[in-house]
Design a binder for this molecule. Structure first.
Ligand SMILES: Cc1cc2nc3c(=O)[nH]c(=O)nc-3n(C[C@H](O)[C@H](O)[C@H](O)COP(=O)(O)OP(=O)(O)OC[C@H]3O[C@@H](n4cnc5c(N)ncnc54)[C@H](O)[C@@H]3O)c2cc1C
Length: 480
């Protein structure tokens, strides 16, 4: 029987859509849907987390995860370099900025976030666009523009000492620029780290040759046609050839607003990722679920799996209940992990800290009723997989909670311990891959996909390989 396929329109072709397409293909959803993806950026989807590589000079193709041929192979229509203006939810059409209109039965908004641009004096030119020399850091296009502009020996001011700002600062410093980070809070990465951890990170960042000014804001950008510096809130003028804004992001809700969908901070969705308008869904950084929006990729991927279950009919009861947040990153060469509370919240909460000044390592656990409610690690993140599991499942901690930080426990992980959270690959599966001859992170990635998402588990994979090699050394070559 020839069933009429439904037209599924996906707006936005970022990391969330890339994952949703994989999930839909896995569930044979293309038997029931004719899918069109509209992406404002040029080409196929890419791993935004690896943008630093492009800023550092690698070809954009090196971070592309779905080249246009992938869409062709799967009979998915990719309309790239095309901005969607709105959905006409009555006529059920997608309206693009270039005046085209395309019918849909089901639509998914995956429009992500946009960088926050603070309304500072001198930030924009007369045309309302960012002044020459002022950049944001969100897309391949942003990186190529920055690369084109920056010259070794230039000075750069990075506004914002969070993950993105520090990453941009490190890359620009490695390119030979004189870099200063201006951060409004008293310590770096204050959303993920307590002041002690933030200060330790700051010392390490400064060792890379980057200057850091915390507790300061930028009041204005000065210069003639192009930016030539910034004025700080204490009146200091800092000359700069480049100003990079990394002051946070906010959900992109312009299409949703123009389409009359309920929008708060983000596009309001329920546990099936549905908006109030029948047949219209939203997920990823643009969506708001139970009052929360997210700015890292793990929740976006959890949402993609639920949405694929619902849309494909393979798991109609699937529900998204929110995500427990943990981050694991390499910030300017320093390993950092953080999950849950930064500080004790109840009087009965116990705090365990290990500070190793010489090794520049800091580890902290917050324990409530024998369970982990928060952890942060700087400079020594070997125990992360162990802690994430304890935190995620709410498993009881050992009698001495510091044992949870023991390296061997984290690496000689039990078979079911998830090491790659992006692709849900367990220590057991990694062990099998290593036993089958995969002896590098890249080889393991090819076999299991582990390490190919956000990449934060690569250190664990390396460690597992080393452990496996140690426990089964190569037989010594026979000598005559
Ligand atoms: C430099 C950088 C480093 C990062 N590092 C990490 C990290 O280490 N770990 C981590 O977990 N997360 C990290 N993130 C965050 C991560 O990239 C995001 O969580 C993830 O990309 C969100 O996926 P998304 O699909 O919701 O949005 P996006 O990936 O932003 O995709 C949205 C897409 O929709 C398109 N779009 C928007 N509006 C329209 C329209 N009207 N018409 C057509 N297309 C439209 C946009 O152009 C974009 O391509 C990083 C982000 C950046 C920028």
């Amino acid at each position: 029987m020839n069933i009429r396929k439904k037209k599924l329109a996906i707006i936005g072709n970022g990391m969330g859509t890339c994952r949703l397409l994989d999930e839909l293909v896995q569930r044979n959803a293309l038997d029931n849907y004719e899918i069109t993806v509209f992406g404002e950026e040029k080409g196929g989807a890419y791993n935004r987390i690896q943008l630093g590589k492009v800023l550092a000079g690698e070809a954009p193709d090196s971070i592309v995860t779905k080249p246009p041929e992938w869409y062709d192979t799967h009979n998915i229509r990719l309309t790239h370099s095309t901005r969607v203006q709105k959905l006409d939810t009555l006529r059920r059409t997608v309206e693009t900025a270039d005046g085209h209109s395309r019918r849909f039965d089901v639509a998914v908004l995956a429009t992500g976030s946009q960088p926050l641009v603070p309304p500072l004096d001198g930030m924009t030119g007369e045309d309302g666009e960012l002044r020459a020399g002022v950049f944001v850091y969100r897309t391949i296009g942003d990186c190529l523009r920055m690369r084109e502009y920056a010259r070794s020996g230039d000075s750069a001011i990075v506004v914002g000492g969070g993950l993105l700002g520090l990453e941009a600062a490190k890359v620009l410093s490695d390119l030979g620029l004189h870099v200063t980070v201006i951060h409004v809070a008293q310590s770096l990465m204050n959303a993920q780290l307590d002041p002690a951890a933030g200060e330790m990170l700051e010392r390490q960042i400064e060792r890379c040759g980057i200057f850091v000014r915390t507790g300061r804001t930028v009041e204005a950008v000065y210069g003639e046609e192009r930016a030539s510096g910034v004025i700080l809130d204490d009146g200091t003028a800092l000359p700069a050839d480049l100003v990079v804004l990394a002051c946070g992001v906010r959900p992109r809700v312009d299409v949703a607003r123009a389409s009359g969908l309920p929008v708060n901070k983000g596009i309001v969705v329920n546990d099936t990722l549905a908006t109030e308008v029948p047949g219209v869904y939203a997920f990823g950084e643009c969506a708001e679920h139970q009052g929360k929006t997210y700015g890292i990729v793990a929740p976006v991927w959890e949402q993609a799996a639920v949405l694929a279950d619902v849309l494909s009919g393979k798991g109609p009861q699937a529900r998204y209940r929110g995500s427990k947040l943990y981050t694991r990153l390499k910030v300017a060469g320093v390993d950092v992990a953080s999950m849950g509370s930064l500080e004790p919240e109840l009087e009965s909460d116990q705090v365990y800290q290990i500070i190793e000044e010489r090794r520049n390592a800091y580890r902290k656990l917050i324990v409530r009723d024998g369970r982990l409610v928060g952890a942060m690690l700087v400079g020594n993140t070997l125990a992360t997989a162990n802690l994430v599991q304890l935190f995620d499942r709410g498993d009881p901690l050992p009698e001495d909670p510091l044992e949870a930080l023991c390296q061997l426990r984290s690496t000689a992980a039990t078979g079911d311990r998830i090491i790659c959270n992006c692709h849900k690959v367990t220590a057991g599966q990694l062990g099998d891959a290593i036993a089958n001859g995969a002896d590098s992170v890249a080889a393991i990635g090819e076999l299991t996909k582990a390490g190919t998402g956000c990449g934060s588990c690569k250190a664990d994979i390396t460690q597992l390989i080393a452990l496996r090699k140690k426990s089964s050394p190569e037989p010594a070559a026979a000598t005559g």
